[in-house]
Every structure is written in structure tokens, then in C-alpha cells.
Write a protein of this length. Structure first.
Length: 291
């Protein structure tokens, strides 16, 4: 019995460095962002005689964060390929993605809250200088708004089509149709890139700026962060496309693709709220910019 216990092969999982490294990256990124804003404002930050008001701390934080993301997700994919993703592990991965999307929902609630607070109460006396900046009306006095039935409508159609394509890709892998999987993902990625280009063009030609008014600030914060999420989702799906081309995913094991599809549908839904609330309702009665 003692010999059997002595020869028993216990498998001990090595502790992963990625949680610690990602925490360090997030800390450096946050501090670097503050320092970078001071640098942009022309300020100075000296520690032990060294000037830290520069963009490099922020860049280092981004590099550490991206490296930890790459390493952590690479290990997760490797664990799945080696058969370590049991039913319990797979369930917990799904719970993790659901909670992540729920946190993203609350993130956007904050920006919608800011927009509706300003738009529903443009003449709120308790808010210092609000009437001065809005003229007591919404859209604020002197603001020309974007035509919601032009570029915003185009982008709405683009995202709805992309949601259809990613659903096609998901159903294709469920039926072991690798060709359909690759085609669906390719179209989704292309539509995501097209959305970003259209939004960039819209921003360049917008008749208002971020710093001009509360309208511009709430508009760019809400739509800008959504645009960033589209970029992240496009990269997410591009990675899935590369993996699919290399033979990854099976009808029974494809959570990476499923998570990307969940995230993309979340991005679609948020855009619909943005389109109807900010572009249509929020600009109702305003002066449409032309040209």
C-alpha cells in the first residue's frame, strides 16, 4: 500500500503568471493614462528628479496588457486542445463570459445615463451652467446634428448583416460545415471593418466636436466607446477566423467562437439603442448638418 501511494502520479497544475501580470499591466496602464493626460496638458511630473510626464508609461502598460492577454488566451486554447476543458470547466467559462458581458452592459448604462440626464433635463436649474450650455433645449442651441438616416442608418444595416453572418458561422460549425464557418466569419470581419471606416468618416465630418458642448461630449463618449467595442469584437472574430482556417473548432468544442458571437450580438444590440436614442430621438427637432 505504501509503495502504491509512493508511486502514485499526482498532477499538480503550475500556477499561471497571467493573472498577476495582467494586474500589473492594468495598474501601469491606469497610472500611465493619468500621466499621459498630464503630458498632453503640458504639465510636469518629476519623481526623484526624473520627468515622468511622457507617453511611454502608458505605452508600456498597453504592451504588458496585450502580452498577458495573448499568453493567457493561448494557454486557455492549449488547455482545451489537450482535453482539460471538462463539462464543469466549460460551464465556468460560459459563466465568466456572461458576467463579462453583464459588466459591459453596466458600462454602457453609465453613458446612456449621462446622455438622458442632459437631454431630458436641458434646463435643469440644479445643474450649474447647464442652461448656459444647452439654451434650455435639446439638441442644444447652435448645434447642428448628424442626419440619422444617412451614415448612421448605413452602419445599422452593416451591423445587422454582420450579426446574421456570425450566426451563420455558428450554425455552420454546429453542423460541421467548415466552409460555411470560414465564409460566415470572413464576411463578419469585413463588415466589422467597414463599420469602423464608416464611423471614422462620420467623426471626421461631424459638425460638432467633443469639447464644443455637452451634446458632443455625450455623443462621442457613447458612440466612441461602442466603436472601440466593435474594433475589439472584430479582432476577436479575426482570431476565430484564423483558428478556423487552421482547423480549430468542432461541433462539440467551439466555445471561443461562441463567446465571440455572444460579444458581437451584444455590440449589435447596444448599437440599436444608440441609433434610436442618440441618433434619432436625441437629434429630433435639431438642425441637420448638410455637406
Amino acid at each position: 500500500m505504501a509503495q502504491a501511494q509512493k508511486n502514485h502520479d499526482y498532477h499538480i497544475i503550475d500556477p499561471s503568471p497571467w493573472p498577476l501580470l495582467s494586474s500589473i499591466g492594468a495598474f501601469v496602464l491606469a497610472i500611465g493614462g493619468i500621466i499621459y493626460m498630464r503630458y498632453l496638458a503640458g504639465g510636469s511630473l518629476k519623481i526623484f528628479g526624473l520627468e515622468f510626464a511622457n507617453p511611454w508609461v502608458f505605452v508600456i502598460g498597453i504592451a504588458i496588457t496585450l502580452y498577458s492577454m495573448y499568453g493567457w488566451w493561448s494557454d486557455t486554447i492549449k488547455e482545451g486542445d489537450e482535453g482539460h476543458h471538462t463539462r464543469v470547466v466549460s460551464l465556468h467559462l460560459r459563466y465568466g463570459m456572461i458576467m463579462f458581458i453583464a459588466s459591459e452592459v453596466m458600462f454602457f448604462v453609465a453613458w446612456f445615463w449621462a446622455f438622458f440626464d442632459a437631454s431630458l433635463f436641458p434646463g435643469e436649474a440644479i445643474q450649474a451652467t447647464r442652461v448656459e450650455h444647452t439654451g434650455g433645449i435639446w439638441p442644444p442651441k447652435g448645434i447642428e446634428v448628424l442626419d440619422p438616416w444617412h451614415l448612421p442608418l448605413y452602419n445599422t444595416i452593416i451591423l445587422l448583416l454582420s450579426g446574421t453572418c456570425v450566426t451563420w458561422a455558428h450554425h455552420a460549425i454546429l453542423h460541421n460545415d467548415r466552409k460555411g464557418l470560414i465564409q460566415g466569419l470572413t464576411l463578419t470581419v469585413l463588415l466589422g471593418v467597414l463599420f469602423s471606416f464608416v464611423q471614422a468618416y462620420e467623426y471626421v465630418h461631424a459638425p460638432f466636436a467633443f469639447k464644443d458642448s455637452i451634446y458632443g461630449a455625450t455623443f462621442f463618449m457613447a458612440t466612441g466607446f461602442h466603436g472601440f467595442h466593435v474594433f475589439v469584437g472584430t479582432v476577436f472574430l479575426l482570431v476565430c477566423l484564423i483558428r478556423a482556417i487552421n482547423g480549430a473548432f468542432t461541433p462539440k468544442q467551439h466555445f471561443g467562437l461562441e463567446a465571440a458571437a455572444w460579444y458581437w450580438h451584444f455590440v449589435d444590440v447596444v448599437w440599436l439603442f444608440l441609433f434610436f436614442s442618440i441618433y434619432i430621438w436625441g437629434s429630433w427637432g435639431g438642425t441637420i448638418a448638410h455637406g
